[in-house]
Structure formats: structure tokens, C-alpha cells
Design a protein around this ligand. Structure first.
Ligand code: DC
Length: 218
């Protein structure tokens, strides 16, 4: 069994930024499970599947093979053998992933892939149900959150920096909707595990959050 650190929390809390930095400092492999849901979402989008059609989504899982690899330490996602990493981070794919990740068949499909990575390697794995469901015996569990306003502002600044036109209100509304879906679904909803350490990063810098998490790890 590898040494396992689980980081869960809502969209935009900074989990991937923080987890990558902790991974670097501690020599763990960073596993981004959201990217796996996004990979399946691309499959559903390619097939023109309506995310509300649970049966169609479940059927489409049958001919999707999602796997993970690493290039220069950076996680790559393969869908039926094709590297689709560069297409993962659009709003369209994120929304499809948020909707379809509520469907049990979709979660089942990715569960073993996530557990097997944690068995083999020292990992820091981020997602929504890692500490509660995927790795209930993780060595360290973190629940990383921040206020909706802070998360929206961070995303707004990120998009502005890329030169994209966006509205702060729309981003905040999108974050609220995603929280609502992720926290209230029946299967593996986002919630803090009883034994997770809560970190609210609203008023913390990135190095402060990284240092706090590193201090909890061996
Ligand atoms: O972290 P992210 O935005 O890349 O995740 C995309 C969607 O995938 C998110 O809305 C919820 C879902 N997800 C999940 O249900 N369980 C996980 N462990 C990771 C992500």
C-alpha cells in the first residue's frame, strides 16, 4: 500500500494547485480524479448524449476506456487510447462531468482505477469523495474549501489573465450550481469525512495552505 493523502472540496477551492505543490515537495504522485470524470464527459459529448438520460450515459460507459499516464510528472488522460488531456478543462466538459458524475455507473467505472493507483504508489489524490469513499483509510485527509465569493473571484482573475471575457456574477452562479449538484447527489456526495482536517483557504495564501498540509504529512 502506498502512502495516501486525500484532498476533497468544492470546485474552485484550489485543490489541484495545492495538491501539485504538496506532491512536488513530498515526492508524491498527484492524481487528479476530476480529470477522469472529465475524460468520460468528453466521451459522452462526442456521442451527443443527454446527461439527463441516465440509461444512455450508463450504456455509453461500456465502450469507454479511461486510463492515466504521466509525462514529465504531469498526469495525462487517455480515452480509448487517445490522449485527450488538452481538451479537459473547458466549461462545457466541466458541466457535463458535474452532471454525469452523479450517475452510479459512471462512478463505478472509475473507482477501481483510482484505488489501484493509490495501492501502488505514494499519492496525493484530489476529488470529491476520496476521503469518504475511495480511500476511507487514507493516511491524511484534507477538506479544502473557500467561500463562494473567494472561489468566484479567483476563477474570474484566472480567466481575465487569459484574456477571456467573463462575468463575476455568472461565475459565482455556476459555482453555486456545481456545489449544489456535487453536495446533494445520492451517490458519493461531496462532504467532509469525519476524520478530515478542514482548511478554509479564503484568507490564506497558497504557500500557507501548502505548508499546513505538508505539516500533516509524514
Ligand atoms: O474537480 P473538477 O472540477 O475537475 O471535477 C469535475 C467534476 O467531476 C465535478 O463537478 C464533480 C466530479 N467529480 C466527482 O464527482 N468526484 C471526484 N472524485 C472528482 C470529480
Amino acid at each position: 500500500m502506498g502512502y495516501n493523502v486525500a484532498i476533497d472540496g468544492p470546485a474552485g477551492a484550489g485543490k489541484s494547485t495545492i495538491a501539485k505543490l504538496v506532491a512536488k515537495e513530498k515526492g508524491y504522485i498527484y492524481v487528479d480524479t476530476g480529470a477522469m470524470y472529465r475524460g468520460l464527459a468528453i466521451h459522452f459529448l462526442k456521442k451527443g448524449i443527454n446527461p439527463e438520460d441516465t440509461q444512455a450515459v450508463a450504456d455509453a460507459c461500456e465502450d469507454a476506456d479511461v486510463s492515466i499516464g504521466y509525462e514529465d510528472g504531469v498526469q495525462q488522460v487517455y480515452l480509448n487510447g487517445e490522449n485527450i488531456t488538452s481538451g479537459l478543462r473547458t466549461e462545457e466538459v466541466g458541466n457535463m462531468a458535474s452532471k454525469t458524475s452523479a450517475i452510479p455507473k459512471v462512478r463505478e467505472k472509475l473507482l477501481e482505477l483510482q484505488r489501484s493507483l493509490a495501492r501502488e504508489k505514494d499519492v496525493i489524490m484530489d476529488g470529491r469523495d476520496i476521503g469518504t469513499n475511495i480511500l476511507p483509510d487514507a493516511d491524511v485527509k484534507i477538506y479544502l474549501t473557500a467561500s463562494v465569493e473567494t472561489r468566484a473571484m479567483r476563477r474570474y482573475n484566472e480567466l481575465k489573465e487569459k484574456g477571456e471575457d467573463c462575468s463575476l456574477e455568472e461565475i459565482a452562479r455556476d459555482i453555486r450550481e456545481r456545489d449544489e449538484r456535487d453536495m446533494n447527489r445520492k451517490t458519493a456526495p461531496l462532504k467532509q469525512a469525519d476524520d478530515a482536517i478542514l482548511i478554509d483557504s479564503s484568507n490564506m495564501t497558497i504557500p500557507e495552505v501548502v505548508a499546513r498540509i505538508c505539516s500533516c504529512c509524514r
